[in-house]
Structures are given as structure tokens and as C-alpha cells.
Write a protein that binds this ligand. Structure first.
Ligand code: AMP
Ligand code: TRP
Length: 359
């Protein structure tokens, strides 16, 4: 067990079409963590520009999406007074630490990142350098606060393993210097005890919605960028649209099974049961106890009513908050100021540890 102060950090990219996967896999769980932890939640706008401008939409769209994602955090119940909410680019220390991590992480580590391979596609020569080094910036987002816990969906697991590898290499490479400056925590590294500056962050991944799948194809992740709007439920969808998308969701023709094993070869059924479970804060077993043996003609309307009841209030709250962009901007500004104080304290240490002269 490390002695680091528990702190939660997570982020969402402002790239449009915030969907049910983002909510159930991440944001809803952030809200729960606020009860017992200090939390920092970030709209990671610097990550949004890693792909072609035609993908992220250009400056006006980025500003709109940044405010919309911030409004979604607030509408879902993130508390910007007790915790910290801001957009990444306001806190320069993220990019500054990412540079140091560019020099800690190895090419081989980044070459294994599956999200880079997916996003770069076949034309890798034409991918931005930022898309390749993006996991180093993500590690910096987390470690500039020395955060210990990061709640995300399953797709971010590999990036969090990389974050631990970067923290570990930094700690080992600079161990003597960290100890000399008295900045470390005693931690175990294999059989040795070393003086660590960064915690080995724990991923907080799990529950029935850690990886929501497309409503059109149970083998593909629900994603912001899927060209088919029917593949996902957007947080701003109105009740009729939500009901229609669930009605049209791909399924098979069998009734629901009564145990988990029966879902193993039925990805679409598994996905809808997972959504029901996550929306009701239960698990898939319990949903199957209620609906096992029922046809989709019974289950889908029940799921649609549930989704409308849970998401409707969030969508109307998002609209209410978005009607006052001055409020959202003030939240982000104040959050950025608070985050900067914490991030600068870390960077002062890091500059000393690395050997950068400063006043
Ligand atoms: P992104 O949209 O990539 O910025 O993701 C924001 C958060 O939502 C991250 O924690 C992701 O892991 C999570 N997330 C994205 N898509 C899904 C999905 N289909 N199922 C569950 N979580 C997801
Ligand atoms: N990479 C994450 C995603 O695409 C977003 C992200 C950036 C993030 N920095 C982070 C998530 C730090 C958690 C912690 O979903």
C-alpha cells in the first residue's frame, strides 16, 4: 500500500456526441466517488486536437464542445465547489510534465497502444505526432496531481498501465535525487524499497457498463465517432429518440436467459442487460432474475422507460446550464485556478528532481 494521499482524477475529451457509455462507464461513477474522496474532473481539450481538424471540428466547435462536456459533468451531479472542474489547457503544467514524460516513456511502449493503432488506421505516416504521444499527456494529466485513483471505461486500461510504467521509471531513474531532496515516499519496487515521487495510479474500472457496445453491433464499442447515430444514445437525446433507438437496437430472437452463462454468446443481449443493470445500480444477475425468460418485446420497452426516466433529467439540466455559458466559463476558470496551484507545486518538485534551474 502506498502512503500517497488518495485523490481521484479523470477526464473526457470534448469531441462531441457525449453518450451513454461516457455516462455509465465514467461520469456516473465519478459522481459516486465524490462522497468519500477529493476529486479533480477535467475536460481534456488538448487531447481533442490530436486528430485531423475534420474530426474535431475546428476552434468554434471545440469551444462549444468544451462547454457542453463541462455542462454534462455538472448536470450529472459533479460538484464544482467541493471538487475541481476545469479544462485542461488552462493548466500549463500538464503540457510541461508531458514533455518530461516524452523523455521517460519509450517508443516501444507507445507503439503497443491499441487506441493509437485504431485511430491512426492504415495511414500511420499521416497521423499527428500528438496522437502517438497522447498517452504521455494523459499520464501527465493524472500525475501532475499525483492522483491515486482514475475512474474510466475499460478502453482506457492500457493507457493507465502505461501511466504506471512511466511513474515507475521516473521513480527508479531519479530515486537517489528524490531521496536527496526528501521528496519521496518509501515504496516497494520488487524486493527493494525505493523513494518514489509519483504514486502507481490505480485504475477504477468495472461494473456492468465498463464497456458499452454499439446498439447496432454488439461487437463494436459504443463510440462518439460512429457514423450511425442509431449506434449510441446521446446524453442530449430527447425521450422519443431514446425510445426509438432502444426499439431499433439489434437483438437476436431468443428470450432473455435466466443466468449470466446464457449471455456469453449473445453480445447484443448482454449489452442491453448491462445498460439496465448500470442504470438501476444493480448487476446483470439481478436483471436476469427479473427478466429471464422474457422476450425483447417486453424487455426493450422496460429499458426504454428506465433510460428516459434516468437520462431525461440530466438532458434538461444540461440544457438549463448551457443556456448560461457565463456560468460554465466561471466554473472552469475557478477550477483552473485551483488546479494550477496544485499542479505548480508538483512541477516545482519535478524541475528540482530533473535538474532544471528555477528561482
Ligand atoms: P472519451 O469519449 O474517449 O473521452 O471517453 C471518456 C470516458 O468514457 C472514458 O473514461 C472512457 O473510458 C469512457 N467510455 C467511452 N466509451 C465508452 C463505452 N463504450 N463504454 C464504457 N465507457 C466508455
Ligand atoms: N484518454 C481518455 C479518453 O480518451 C481521456 C483522458 C485524458 C483521461 N486524460 C485523462 C482519462 C486522464 C482519465 C485520466 O477517454
Amino acid at each position: 500500500m502506498s502512503m500517497f494521499e488518495p485523490l481521484v482524477f479523470s477526464g473526457v475529451q470534448p469531441t462531441g456526441n457525449l453518450h451513454l457509455g461516457n455516462y455509465l462507464g465514467a461520469i456516473k461513477r465519478w459522481v459516486a466517488l465524490q462522497e468519500n474522496h477529493n476529486c479533480i474532473y477535467c475536460v481534456v481539450d488538448q487531447h481533442a486536437i490530436t486528430q485531423a481538424m475534420s474530426v474535431w471540428g475546428g476552434p468554434a466547435e471545440l469551444m462549444r464542445n468544451t462547454r457542453e462536456v463541462a455542462a454534462a459533468f455538472l448536470a450529472a451531479g459533479v460538484d464544482p465547489q467541493k471538487h475541481i472542474v476545469f479544462n485542461q489547457s488552462r493548466v500549463r503544467q500538464h503540457a510541461e510534465l508531458a514533455w518530461v514524460f516524452n523523455c521517460v516513456a519509450r517508443m516501444g511502449w507507445l507503439s503497443r497502444m491499441t487506441q493509437f493503432k485504431d485511430k491512426a488506421g492504415k495511414d500511420r505516416e499521416n497521423a499527428s505526432v500528438g496522437l502517438f504521444t497522447y498517452p504521455n499527456l494523459m499520464a501527465a494529466d493524472i500525475l501532475v496531481y499525483r492522483a491515486t485513483h482514475v475512474p474510466v471505461g475499460e478502453d482506457q486500461k492500457q493507457h493507465l498501465e502505461l501511466t504506471r510504467d512511466i511513474a515507475q521509471k521516473f521513480n527508479v531513474d531519479f530515486s537517489d535525487r528524490i531521496a536527496e531532496l526528501g521528496l519521496g515516499m518509501e515504496t516497494k519496487s520488487g524486493d527493494e524499497t525505493i523513494s518514489s515521487y509519483f504514486p502507481l495510479t490505480e485504475p477504477v474500472i468495472g461494473g456492468p457498463a465498463a464497456r458499452l457496445m454499439s446498439l447496432r453491433d454488439g461487437t463494436k464499442k459504443m463510440s462518439k465517432s460512429d457514423p450511425s447515430d442509431l449506434s449510441r444514445i446521446n446524453l442530449i437525446d430527447d425521450p422519443d429518440t431514446i425510445s426509438k433507438k432502444i426499439r431499433k437496437a439489434k437483438t437476436d430472437s431468443e428470450p432473455l436467459p435466466s443466468d449470466l452463462e446464457g449471455l456469453a454468446t449473445r453480445p447484443e443481449a448482454d449489452n442491453l442487460v448491462g445498460i439496465y443493470a448500470a442504470l438501476t445500480d444493480t448487476d446483470k444477475e439481478s436483471v436476469l432474475r427479473d427478466f429471464g425468460g422474457q422476450q425483447f418485446s417486453v424487455f426493450k420497452p422496460a429499458l426504454a422507460d428506465l433510460a428516459v426516466a434516468k437520462l431525461g433529467p440530466i438532458a434538461s439540466e444540461m440544457r438549463r446550464i448551457s443556456a448560461d455559458p457565463g456560468y460554465v466559463d466561471a466554473v472552469l476558470k475557478q477550477g483552473g485556478e485551483r488546479a494550477s496551484v496544485l499542479a505548480e507545486a508538483t512541477m516545482r518538485d519535478v524541475r528540482d528532481i530533473v535538474g532544471f534551474l528555477q528561482d
